[in-house]
Design a protein around this ligand. Structure first.
Ligand code: MSP
Length: 471
């Protein structure tokens, strides 16, 4: 039995969860369920990122205490993760006292690579990122993601000597010892590392108080990304516990916008701590709405709860795991969603289940007991390579092939002509193929897969209402 450690990016709690946040959770959940299915032991981290200027300012603008604000929003994310039917094992908040204490221990271990210097440059609070002069010029002083002018900072900070680790990081990424997916992002990252300066890793308390205090220096708090990235190992108890059972992580899921932190600062921290690098970082694209980035100011933010309440959680997971490409940017429109629901979930899968269960029940066919189901090799290969939307496509092709098989073999004619052996063999073979497809579906749409297994037990009862009623 392999031990598999899966992590997700921890969202900032400066608002409610939106569909974009669902991507990390859904992809990681597919991975976790797949590994459990093939017999592995899984640890699966989720959590919330609660420090930094963006959150502090939001609480201040709302006139509420920042502690209450983050506690309330962290709960919203926890509820959202439950609603998505995500099978995590560990939840972390970066304001947990234990996490803060362990972050300080991590900082102390990194001290040989930390120095103090003046930072004179730019910052984007929306991105929570120090901006280089080159980027400032390229973007004409305005953050393209947040449409706000960069802030000028002049402050005394601590710096982390990334330059000490660059060669090692480049070697690990180029050789796939640290596999960055997809490949075109790996190329972008290798280019970005070349130009990466040492990073500032603290903020003076005069500017920002809402962060983990730097050990032995009352005047500074840690830069939010140092505290946030550490969550992946503080949740395991590092540095006070031996984490070798779970670390290095099997795979870390992040969005493309935050890959640079995970593929540069994070590996540098790990090398500085003498820890191995994660085996894979998988970066997904952005969900766009009608071709545009989702944004509160445009007013096109899709509320995931609305989608789930209207169509059910498996319909949500279906769309975001199959029609949203695992790696590229993808569009959400209600029209596309409703077409996928009616044509694929209701017609392809729902009808297949209904039709087959009705034929089996009506003809009183006894289903043979199943041997252990072996997942097809091509499916496993895609799943092992984290190509989830392609693996889902493969399962769907099999559903469509089963519908075709029923149409072509016409089992009702066997029944009409009294060919009972043929009828029995035909329906048993289709039911057993459907159960195999259902196990391929189980990481993606687990509730539906369970229902299918319940329907096709030895005495088959067709569902009273369709699995996916047409909308
Ligand atoms: N707090 C940091 C992550 C720290 S991880 C140590 C952060 N938070 S975030 O709330 O901005 O984003 C959380 C995750 O949601 C990221 O992986 C990000 O890429 C993802 N998404 C946010 N908006 C998204 C879309 N519109 N589409 C897809 N994913 C998006 O970054």
């Amino acid at each position: 039995m392999n031990k598999i450690y899966i992590t997700t990016a921890i969202p900032y709690v400066n608002g409610s969860p939106h569909v974009g946040h669902a991507m990390d959770y859904c992809l990681a959940d597919v991975c976790a369920r797949y590994h459990r299915l093939i017999g592995d032991e899984v640890k699966f981290q989720v959590g919330t990122d609660e420090h930094g200027g963006k959150i502090f300012k939001k609480a201040e603008d709302l006139g509420v205490s920042v502690e209450d604000y983050v506690a309330e929003n962290s709960e919203k994310f926890k509820d959202f993760i439950a609603k998505l039917n995500v099978s995590y094992t560990d939840f972390i908040r970066t304001t947990d006292l234990e996490h803060e204490h362990l972050c300080q221990e991590i900082w102390k271990k990194l001290e040989p690579y930390i120095y103090k210097a003046k930072y004179e440059g730019w910052y984007c609070t929306g991105c929570e990122r120090f901006i280089t002069d080159k980027e400032y010029e390229e973007n004409h002083g305005v953050c393209p993601d947040h449409q706000k002018p960069y802030e000028k900072l002049e402050e005394e900070n601590y710096y982390f000597r990334i330059s000490d680790f660059k060669d090692q990081i480049v070697k690990a990424i180029s050789s796939d010892e640290l596999l960055i997916l997809p490949d075109f992002r790996k190329k972008e990252i290798l280019k970005l590392i070349e130009d990466s300066p040492d990073v500032s890793i603290s903020r003076p308390k005069e500017q920002l108080t809402w962060g983990v205090p730097v050990p032995d220096d009352d005047s500074q708090v840690m830069y939010v990304w140092i505290d946030a990235l550490s969550n992946y190992i503080t949740i395991l108890g590092y540095p006070e516990k031996d984490i070798s059972d779970w670390w290095p992580a099997t795979v870390q899921f992040v969005g493309k916008d935050i890959l640079r932190f995970h593929a540069i600062i994070w590996p540098a921290m790990l090398i500085g701590l003498g820890l191995p690098l994660p085996k894979t970082i998988s970066s997904h694209g952005m969900i766009l709405v009608d071709g545009q980035k989702m944004s509160k100011s445009i007013g096109n933010v899709v509320d995931p709860v609305e989608v789930i309440d209207k169509h059910g959680i498996d319909a949500f997971r279906y769309y975001f795991l199959r029609h949203v490409d695992t790696f590229a940017d993808s569009d959400f429109t209600w029209e596309k969603f409703e077409n996928a629901y009616n044509n694929e979930l209701a017609n392809d899968l729902g009808n297949l289940v209904q039709r087959l269960a009705t034929l089996i029940a009506k003809n009183k066919i006894e289903l043979k007991k199943q041997d252990k189901l072996e997942l097809p090799e091509d499916f496993r290969k895609l799943m092992d390579g984290f190509e989830f939307s392609k693996a889902f496509d493969l399962a769907w092709e099999k559903i469509q092939a089963l519908n075709k098989k029923i149409d072509e073999e016409k089992p009702w004619e066997f029944a009409k002509n009294g060919k009972l052996d043929e009828l029995n063999a035909c329906l048993n073979s289709i039911a057993s193929e459907l159960l195999l497809v259902s196990s391929m579906l189980s990481p993606f749409i687990p509730l539906t897969s369970e229902k299918i297994s319940e329907i096709f037990t030895s005495s088959v009862n067709p569902p009273k209402t369709p699995l996916f009623p047409k909308q």
